[in-house]
Design a protein. Structure first.
Length: 143
């Protein structure tokens, strides 16, 4: 019975962790906007959420090694919590929209827009969690 009440909280808590991870990746891109040769990264939220909720494909079924690489010689990503949530990492390189001479692929306008969009979605997820926990609390108290 309690599992039915908290299933929505579990979903939103996973979404909150993924939103925080995406915010970290976007902030890293913005911080490295002037770093020569830096390649911007982004988190595919839909794929990561599918993996986190168990609705995604397994890493082995799409040809990924245990570290999210397609080849055993690839260097694994470190410091990412995405892989621990859903198996295969959904962190990918972003498409370069404005080529630069130093090889940096960060588009500050796009990164700022992504940062704001993700912040709003993070706040919405927090509100959903708050609302659901208040509903559960009022049901327990019999109000």
């Amino acid at each position: 019975m309690i599992a039915n009440l908290t299933s929505g909280l579990d979903f939103h808590s996973k979404a909150l962790v993924l939103r925080a991870e995406r915010q970290r990746v976007i902030a890293s891109n913005i911080a490295n906007a002037d770093t020569p040769g830096y390649v911007a990264r982004d988190l595919n939220f839909k794929d990561a959420m599918n993996n986190a909720t168990g609705g995604g494909l397994s890493a082995s079924s799409i040809g990924l090694q245990g570290n999210g690489a397609t080849n055993a010689k690839h260097i694994p990503l470190s410091g990412s919590t995405v892989g621990s949530l859903g198996g295969a990492s959904s962190l990918a390189y972003t498409a370069q929209s404005q080529p630069s001479l130093d090889g940096n692929s960060v588009d500050l306008d796009r990164e700022r827009a992504n940062f704001v969009d993700n912040s709003v979605r993070y706040e919405a997820t927090l509100r959903f969690i708050n609302s659901q926990s208040k509903t559960i609390l009022s049901a327990i108290q019999g109000q």
